[in-house]
Design a binder for this molecule. Structure first.
Ligand code: 5GP
Ligand code: ZN
Length: 114
């Protein structure tokens, strides 16, 4: 999608610190990290949010989540764990309208969120 910042990051037209890439997924460090580890896993396909997925997106969602945990382990979060978050729309605190999984680790996080 033309005006989407994450589509541009996935296409390489906006620079990012890449963590991982394959034909369907892209992962990169968050520009405003909320922990020692904080990266985002996104589909290359433009999907606005988790609630706008379709049955055909089911395998893609599995791949994104599987990749998120693999990368979390590779980034050193295997032993103590991490937070995997998908914010959705206004009440969910979503600020970029391209589906993304946050992976935050390297520190303890309280629950519930504020
Ligand atoms: P949301 O609030 O939508 O769940 O998360 C959006 C995330 O994208 C935020 O954590 C924000 O720091 C990150 N972000 C926004 N713009 C950019 C950017 O241009 N580059 C990178 N690497 N991260 C970004
Ligand atoms: Zn997009």
């Amino acid at each position: 999608m033309e005006d989407c910042i994450f589509c541009k990051i996935a296409a390489g037209t906006i620079p990012s610190k890449k963590v991982y890439e394959d034909d369907e997924c892209f992962a990169f460090h968050d520009i405003s990290p909320q922990g020692p580890v904080h990266f985002l896993v996104i589909p290359k396909k433009h999907i606005r949010n988790i609630m706008e997925t379709t049955p055909e997106d089911e395998p893609l969602l599995g791949r994104l989540l599987y990749r998120a945990q693999k990368l979390a382990v590779e980034c050193g979060c295997g032993e103590r764990g991490a937070r995997f978050v998908i914010n959705c729309k206004d009440n969910g605190g979503q600020t970029v309208d391209h589906l993304h999984i946050h992976v935050v680790g390297g520190r303890f996080m309280e629950w519930p969120p504020g």
